[in-house]
Design a protein around this ligand. Structure first.
Ligand SMILES: Cc1ncc(COP(=O)(O)O)c(C=O)c1O
Length: 390
């Protein structure tokens, strides 16, 4: 279907398999298991000799619909849905790597991802070297004979650093490793990593794909063989699967993803420009500002700047917390990608559990705030933030 229709159409029409009732809006198949006509069919389904649904840990029509729709939007051959974004990263790593393999990861990634690579994966013999998100030479220098995975987010959370996907894809190919890109901040509406040379895409569907802050979900996408033999085989047995209900919520969220992303981007750009004019703000991080260090690269890789704006408030933690506490409308919460604007202090929330050294190395200071621009009036968002500046 992906070669016949534009993105807008795929967001609504990909993954549609109508039931015997011919419903227009996709049905939710809330069932743990599927019934067989007889014992021989059960055996054939379990062995894979006959195609068909078996058990919702690894096969469910609503989850399939979500997987097909997201795959169509990303231009990927295959997609495996997971219980959360973190489950997607875990499933990719556990499904594709083995003990003794080496990972190179950007230093500028979500706090829980840092923890996964630093505290959990070493227990299974996987070692990670952290490097700069933006210095390709550091990635090259970190390559070892056993390097199997390069992992990054672009734009990164929370500083919106941009990694050069085509350049890092060349490093990965030379090393015989896969390049995985967490496409959380952009979604396929703003950036399609596979077209830029990535091998694997990670999503936290909790964020923009749901878009209204309702459910957790995740996905791993890429070439069929890699995803089905590696990631799906792990998920099928280990079970960090997406529930059919959550799959349905996110599936319907994808239908409005483009118009939401455009509105998030419009608001975020205006917010970033306004913040840059304020004397109380030391620095604004937003890829569509000419002052952003990777502005040109962002314009090559992305269609727009995204919905996340981070900024350093003069006066450190006290000033940043004052600004958070003075808001009356913006939600003080760590989620992002919601239609309701959110504000968070990364150093004590999303990145609070990583070491102070890792935080400093990633450039996450005590005065840093991250706003995920929602769909409220931009004037109300500005007014709400301005309260804490006076
Ligand atoms: C960039 C990024 N990747 C992954 C995740 C993890 O997603 P989830 O919370 O769905 O596990 C997050 C969550 O905030 C994130 O911001």
């Amino acid at each position: 279907m992906s070669d016949q229709f534009e993105l807008d159409t795929l967001a609504l029409r990909a993954g549609v398999h109508r039931s015997q009732f011919n419903e227009n809006s996709e049905a939710i198949f809330l069932t743990s298991s599927f019934v067989f006509d007889n014992a021989a069919q059960a055996a054939a389904r379990f062995s894979g000799a006959e195609a068909g649904y078996v058990y919702s840990r690894f096969s469910n029509p609503t989850v399939t619909a979500f997987q097909e729709r997201l795959a169509a939007l990303e231009g990927a051959e295959a997609c495996v849905a997971t219980a959360s974004g973190m489950a997607a990263i875990l499933a990719a790593v556990m499904g594709l790597l083995k003990g003794g393999d080496h990972i190179i990861a950007s230093r500028s990634i979500f706090g829980a991802s840092v923890q996964l690579f630093t505290n959990i994966l070493p227990k299974f013999g996987l070692e990670t070297t952290f490097v700069s998100a933006t210095e390709v030479s550091e990635w090259q220098a970190a390559v070892r004979p056993n390097t199997r995975l390069l992992f990054l987010e672009t734009p990164s959370n929370p500083l919106t650093e941009i990694s050069d996907i085509p350049a890092l894809s060349r490093v990965a190919k030379q090393a015989g490793a896969w390049l995985a890109v967490d496409n959380c901040f952009c979604t396929p509406i703003l950036q399609r990593p596979l077209e830029l040379g990535a091998d694997i895409i990670i999503h936290s569907a909790t964020k923009y794909p749901d878009g209204q802050g309702r459910v957790l979900g995740g996905a791993v996408l890429g070439p069929r063989e890699l995803i089905m033999e590696g990631v799906f085989s792990f998920l099928r047995t280990a079970g960090p699967s997406l529930s059919p209900f959550n799959a349905w919520v996110i599936l319907k969220g994808l239908e409005t993803l483009r118009i939401r992303m455009e509105a998030h981007c419009r608001g975020a750009l205006e917010l970033a420009r306004w913040l840059e004019t304020l004397p109380q703000v030391a620095r604004v991080y937003y890829p569509w500002l000419p002052s952003h260090p990777q502005h040109e690269l962002a314009r090559r890789q992305q269609k727009q700047g995204g919905g996340i704006v981070s900024f350093d408030v003069k006066g450190g933690r006290d000033a940043a917390w004052r600004m958070v506490d003075a808001t009356r409308m913006i939600s003080i919460t760590a989620n992002l990608g919601d239609v309701k604007s959110t504000i968070t202090h990364p150093a004590t929330t999303t990145h609070g559990r990583i070491s102070a050294e890792a935080r400093a190395a990633a450039g996450i200071g005590e005065g840093l705030l991250r706003v995920a621009m929602g769909l409220e009036s931009i004037e109300d968002v500005k007014r709400d933030l301005a309260r804490g500046l006076t």
